[in-house]
Design a protein around this ligand. Structure first.
Ligand code: TEU
Length: 539
């Protein structure tokens, strides 16, 4: 990537601070831990780091319940630590993206505490969605909207006088009240928060739940079945004006500060609207998370993605994994039940060897596609989903609100294994507190230490791919041309001298003509590419 528009082809590494590295030995990752591992990230070869929320939070949703947008939670360190981390990462050539959570605040946020105390009809309540309930006693929620985590999207308050009172909207956990984005104070506050982090050196912000902020003030029910014509709270047209004003804030800073949106909408054209030149720079393309390991489906996903981005001039992004979904190796190993990206079931039969082979091929595929790539910590180690977390250790509200029917997202958030042969695998110091989520006992071979220097390891595959990607002018943003290939094979040129070939067919296929083999995701069979294997070629 060139210095200007660095983000168009960047590889961005997602750090989940709670689970990355625990310097002070309290069982929870911290910013000092991240700082001690910056050398590892630089050696891996990423261009930027995105940090999941590190703000003061009661952790009802892993920090996506923010009590103060301008500080760092003591469990992670101090604001000064964050500033040091941003500066040190930049010294090593890595920019920082912070996570902004505009849809809701923590129930501990001063605005919400004030709203609860001030009672019905107060101005403080106008910053949220307080409504009387339905039913004779107001005992029913104001609408039929579901929380994304299960149960209704409304919580009833107890008024200051002790009586059961109004309900407030929470599209996620009841500890995450939704803000009223129709209120000018909400808009002003978030623009200031953006400036706060840009002033501290952040090169970008990730916009959490970016398609959910605005609501139809009439609060209509959702239809019993099917999709509403105009959705009361997903992907509404009045969102765009908000992101235009944010873009203006970002553009007021030197050095290309970016907005990256978490935009969950299945319609690629609606998605691209967030990426118009005066809105966000990029948004996560979750296409591969929802796509099984099938050649036609993957190719269609690539084509649809590129076609949607082209008219708005934004680079595509590629995501194989994040802190909300089943880890890649496990996902691709679930052959019998089809595809399940969002950890919605326990105990699905999984062929982890197959899943790992596919995850390796998928890594070379995504890193060769046009645009930027997001890696989630542990993806470079090939970590599988940790499925055996005891019930009493699970913390995800998705698990708690469904009484365990949905195992939730803890399994992809288990602390990183760095070294050694048993927990905590170097996550924290010897003799420190037990990691906040238990690590599997069989991860000795998956630590960064064990993989480092092993040419067959996932870590060395990622290192080699990222090294090549930095050198290779054709990689990053730019054109893609499909090559004729046998059924089940995805093959494309980036420029005339670089090709990527992925075999998704059940039998080995012959490689196309090439001058040099640059990198393969697994052993080749002479001049043939085995199933579930990808190769980068100099052509
Ligand atoms: O996720 C938003 C979101 O849409 C999730 O509900 C997503 O659909 C689900 O996690 C898929 O399994 C963001 C954050 O990434 C997530 O961690 C937070 O819990 C959520 O917002 C609330 O802030």
């Amino acid at each position: 990537a060139t210095a200007d528009a660095w983000w168009r082809g960047a590889v961005i590494y997602q750090v989940y601070p709670r689970s990355f590295a625990d310097a002070d030995g309290d069982g929870t990752g911290d910013l000092a831990g991240v700082r001690s591992r910056l050398g590892y990230l630089r050696e891996l070869g990423v261009d930027a780091l995105w940090f999941n929320p590190w703000y003061p939070s009661p952790m009802a949703d892993g920090g996506y319940d923010v009590a103060d947008y301008r500080d760092v939670d003591p469990m992670f360190g101090t604001l000064a630590d964050a500033e040091k981390l941003i500066a040190e990462a930049l010294d090593l050539g890595m920019r920082t993206i912070v996570d902004i959570v505009p849809n809701h605040v923590s129930a501990d946020h001063p605005w919400f505490c004030e709203a609860l105390a001030a009672g019905p009809g107060s101005r403080a309540r106008e910053l949220f969605w307080f409504r009387p309930g339905r039913g004779d006693q107001g005992e029913l929620p104001p609408t039929n909207w579901p929380s994304q985590f299960g149960g209704p999207a409304w919580t009833r308050t107890t008024e200051p006088d002790g009586s059961p009172g109004e309900w407030y909207l929470n599209l996620f956990d009841s500890r995450q009240p939704d803000l009223n984005w129709g209120h000018p104070a909400v808009r002003r506050e978030h623009e200031e928060v953006l400036r706060f982090w840009f002033d501290r050196g952040a090169a970008g912000v990730r916009v959490d739940s970016a398609a959910l902020l605005t609501k139809d003030p009439a609060l209509p029910d959702l239809p019993e079945r099917g999709e509403p014509d105009a959705h009361p709270y997903v992907d509404r047209d009045d969102l765009h004006e908000i992101y235009r004003s944010w873009r203006a804030v970002a553009d007021g800073y030197p050095g290309e500060r970016i907005l990256v949106g978490e935009v969950w909408t299945p319609d690629p054209e609606r998605f691209a609207r967030y990426l118009r030149p005066d809105e966000m720079h990029t948004a996560f393309n979750f296409g591969f998370l929802c796509c099984p390991w099938e050649p036609e489906r993957l190719r269609a996903c690539v084509d649809t993605t590129l076609a949607a981005h082209r008219p708005v001039g934004a680079p595509a992004t590629w995501v194989l994994c994040n802190h909300d979904v089943t880890r890649t190796a496990t996902r691709y190993g679930r052959t019998e039940t089809g595809f399940d990206f969002a950890t919605k079931a326990h105990g699905i039969p999984t062929d982890l060897e197959l899943g790992t082979r596919r995850a390796r091929a998928a890594a070379l595929l995504t890193l060769a596609l046009p645009g930027s790539v997001y890696l989630y910590q542990g993806e470079e180690l090939g970590l599988p989903e940790a499925e055996d977390i005891p019930a009493d250790r699970r913390q995800d509200p998705m698990y708690l609100r469904t009484n365990g029917a949905n195992p939730g997202r803890d399994g992809c958030r288990v602390p990183m294994p760095w070294s050694g042969t048993r927990p905590p695998y170097g996550f924290g110091p010897e003799g420190g507190a037990e990691p906040w989520l238990p690590q599997p006992g069989d991860w000795a071979g998956r630590t960064a230490e064990a993989q480092s220097g092993d040419p067959d390891s996932m870590l060395e595959l990622y290192r080699a791919a990222l090294r090549l990607r930095r050198r290779e002018p054709a990689l990053g943003d730019g054109p893609l041309t499909w090559l004729d290939a046998e059924p089940g094979v995805l093959a494309f040129h980036r420029d005339a001298s670089f090709a990527c070939v992925v075999n998704l067919a059940p039998l080995p296929v012959r490689l196309p003509a090439y001058r040099e083999r640059l990198l393969a995701s697994g052993p080749l069979d002479g001049e043939r590419l085995p199933p579930d294997t990808a190769v980068w070629l100099r052509t």
